[in-house]
Every structure is written in structure tokens, then in C-alpha cells.
Design a protein around this ligand. Structure first.
Ligand SMILES: [Zn+2]
Length: 416
């Protein structure tokens, strides 16, 4: 895979850059392809066309389970198209305005051996539990208690303690540290074995006995899952839930209502980082081959694009000094909807919030001048509503209508 990725990257003429975010247990690189230059800004605000905005970030992570090889091949084919010029106009617009991160294979040791687990026999999608989760780590009693027939009463707690392990594996450490540093606006991890877009949360309690606990950001995780499934001819008609007792809706499901999974990467992103990640099961057959791979790509290609475009969904704002036009930072408080994650302020001053269309978000924002801590700015009230419909967001193409873009001008308070 290293040589293959290097060839792709060389042919991309600088658009795609290959790096390693860490090593597997057996010392294989976890490759990352970065598409687009994060240091080159873009200019999305028609009201303020000269104000530079940093690009939003999107990440795909494949190959977490080594035996589910189809999604690794899918991401390699996606890179083939993304890194090769000339590009279709829609794809070109995406790479001009967005930084795409693609980790084709998080579990290279498992991939080589065609095993779900990594080389330490751990399940990397049960390996990201943290004390920041809103429930305790399952106890040995949770894992070992059996019902009258002698089968585990809490099989997910048992699997978590057996296969999830007590500490993060090297692959999980690499990916979680990298995600925490990059903070992609939206991301997805890819799997095979079913055809469904599954959204937070994957677990509601230590034992896996509760199977519905909507995210505080609901219905946003559901919207992101729909943005993938509804552009996939096969996924959107999936109704069957072969494992649990719920049903898929438009090829989507809340993770826990399908089956509980403790310590998943998606739940780690949600609880620890307040980041939107969804879990995509993109091929029913774990190991598609030959002609099936071409079909796999044609079925998923538009979905991969649409979900990546979701990095633009919601608020993008910058605050500048009204006189000097110098970019400012800000403290932001979200007042409504109550309980949702507040807009995020990046070190370079970008304020962003992935937002549900037609929902009013309001709060206050207090500008801060990083170069002049003595400057005082009064708080600014803000409210924004993304004027698009759910269906337009889910089924649209391109970036039009996805963002509410503002450049706010802050006036320093008069000195008394
Ligand atoms: Zn999997």
C-alpha cells in the first residue's frame, strides 16, 4: 500500500500529501493522505469577499477491522479520483475549499492477515473508551454474569472487556491523537458486513442494556447519516436489521438501537472531542473482489462526496476589528438550542458550528484580540438559521446553501 499511495501522491502534483500518523503493533505505518493545502484560505463570504477563511476539514478512516477490506479499496479508489487532475467541477470545488484527510487503513496488521482484530487480538472499535464517557467502564461482573441458560447477560460488556482491552492500542492512540489535533468538522469511519449509515450514540450505559440515547446534537448525527445513505442506491432502501430488534430508516440507524457497541471511535469523538463522526457500513460482503469493487465504487462515490461536503454545513464566522480589520478570537456561548455543543473557535479565529437546517441557534460572542490583551470589546449577540430544507441538504450537490457565512465587525469599547 505504501508504494501505491506514494505513486498516487506524486501524480497529484502537490495536491495530495502522504504522511504517517503512527505505527501499528507490528510497526506498519498508518498512512494519511491529506488532500488540499490547509495554509491556503478560501473566500466564501459574498458580503465580505476579501475576508480569508480557513478551509473546513473532513476525514475518512477505513480498515479499522482488517477483514473488512472492501472499504480500504473504496478509499483508495476515491483517492485515485480525488488526486488525479482534471477533476469534475463539483469535486474541484470541494478540494479548493476543504481539506480532506483520508486514512485508508487504520489496522494494517489485521488487513494483511485478513483478521478483524489487530496483532494484539484487540477490536479497535471497542478500544476507545475514556473516563469522559458518561458511564463507567463495564466491570468484570457485568462481563461475566450469565443468564439461566448460561449465556452472558451483557455480551457487549463481555466483548468490550475481552477484545476492547484495558488500554488503547497503538493504532487507537495514533488515530485519536491525530483526530484531537486536527479536529475535523465531520468525519466517518468505514466498515463492511452490512449496508447502513450508523450515527451516535453506539452505547448508552456500561452494560449495553439501554438501546436509545439520542445525541445532545440530535437530529444532526441522523442528518449526516442520511447525507450518505440517501445518495447510495443500495443503502437508502435497506430496512432490515439483521442483528438487533430495531429497523433501519432510509438505510440509517442510531448505533445503540441496532446493537450496542462499547468504546467505539464514533462515541469517543462524540464524548471526548465533541466532534461529529458517523460509522459507515459500506459493503455487505466483507471481502468484495474484481468486478464487485468497481460496483462498490460507483454505488458509494456520490455518497462519499456528499458527506465530505457536509464539512461546510452550518455556521462559518470570523470576527475582525471594525477599524483595523485585524482578525480576532472570541469566547462564544450558545444559549439556544439548549444543551448543544457551543460553536468552536479555532486558533486562527474561525468560528464554526455544524448546524441543522431551519433551526435557530443563538448566543453571545465576546471578541478577544490575541495581539492586544488590553483591548476590550463588548459582547455581540448572534443568531443564525440555515435557510435550507433537510432534503436540500441531504440530496443536494455542491456547496451552495450549506453554510451561513458571516464576517462580524467588532468595535472596541470606549475607555472611561
Ligand atoms: Zn467493522
Amino acid at each position: 500500500m505504501s508504494a501505491y499511495l506514494q505513486a498516487k501522491v506524486v501524480r497529484s502534483r502537490g495536491l495530495c500529501v502522504l504522511s504517517s500518523i503512527g505505527k501499528s503493533v507490528l510497526n506498519r505505518d498508518l498512512w494519511l493522505v491529506t488532500v488540499g493545502d490547509a495554509t491556503v484560505p478560501y473566500y466564501p463570504d459574498p458580503e465580505s469577499p476579501s475576508t480569508a477563511y480557513p478551509k473546513p476539514k473532513f476525514a475518512y478512516i477505513g480498515g479499522m477491522h482488517g477483514d473488512e477490506i472492501g472499504n480500504v479499496q473504496l478509499l483508495l479508489q476515491f483517492l485515485e479520483e480525488v488526486c488525479t487532475a482534471p477533476r469534475e467541477a463539483r469535486l474541484q470545488a470541494l478540494v479548493d475549499s476543504t481539506v480532506l484527510y483520508i486514512v485508508p487503513c487504520m489496522n494494517p496488521d489485521g488487513y494483511v492477515q485478513l483478521t478483524r482484530l489487530n496483532a494484539n487480538y484487540k477490536d479497535l472499535n471497542r478500544n476507545a473508551y475514556s473516563s469522559a464517557f458518561p458511564y463507567a467502564r463495564p466491570t468484570t461482573r457485568d462481563a461475566t454474569i450469565r443468564n439461566g441458560y448460561g449465556t452472558p447477560l451483557h455480551p457487549e460488556a463481555a466483548w468490550f472487556l475481552t477484545a476492547g482491552g484495558a488500554a488503547m492500542e497503538p493504532e487507537t492512540v495514533a488515530v485519536t491523537s491525530w483526530l484531537a489535533a486536527v479536529r475535523p468538522t465531520v468525519s466517518a469511519d468505514l466498515h463492511g458486513g452490512a449496508l447502513v449509515a450508523s450515527y451516535a450514540l453506539d452505547a448508552c450505559d456500561s452494560k449495553g442494556s439501554i438501546n436509545d440515547c439520542p445525541s445532545v446534537e440530535a437530529p444532526l448525527p441522523n442528518l449526516l447519516a442520511n447525507a450518505y445513505s440517501m445518495n447510495h442506491k443500495g443503502m437508502r432502501v435497506q430496512l432490515d436489521d439483521t442483528y438487533g430488534d430495531g429497523d433501519f430508516v432510509n438505510g440509517t440507524t442510531e448505533g445503540a438501537s441496532w446493537y450496542t457497541a462499547l468504546g467505539t471511535l464514533q462515541d469517543w469523538a462524540h464524548h471526548v472531542q465533541h466532534l461529529h463522526m458517523i460509522t459507515l457500513e459500506v459493503h455487505s460482503d466483507k471481502q468484495p473482489f474484481g468486478r464487485q469493487l468497481a460496483v462498490l465504487y460507483s454505488l458509494n462515490r456520490d455518497s462519499l462526496l456528499r458527506l465530505a461536503e457536509m464539512a461546510h454545513l452550518g455556521l462559518k464566522a470570523r470576527v475582525v476589528d471594525a477599524v483595523s480589520r485585524a482578525p480576532l478570537l472570541a469566547h462564544v456561548e450558545l444559549l439556544e438550542p439548549k444543551g448543544m455543543w457551543p460553536p468552536e473557535v479555532e486558533a486562527d479565529g474561525l468560528i464554526w458550528k455544524v448546524a441543522v437546517p431551519n433551526m435557530r441557534y443563538s448566543g453571545t460572542l465576546t471578541p478577544v484580540d490575541p495581539g492586544n490583551p488590553d483591548a476590550r470589546y463588548p459582547p455581540i449577540s448572534f443568531n443564525f438559521t440555515l435557510a435550507a430544507s433537510w432534503d436540500e441538504v441531504v440530496s443536494g450537490t455542491g456547496l451552495q446553501g450549506l453554510s451561513a457565512v458571516y464576517t462580524m465587525r467588532a468595535r472596541q469599547a470606549r475607555r472611561k
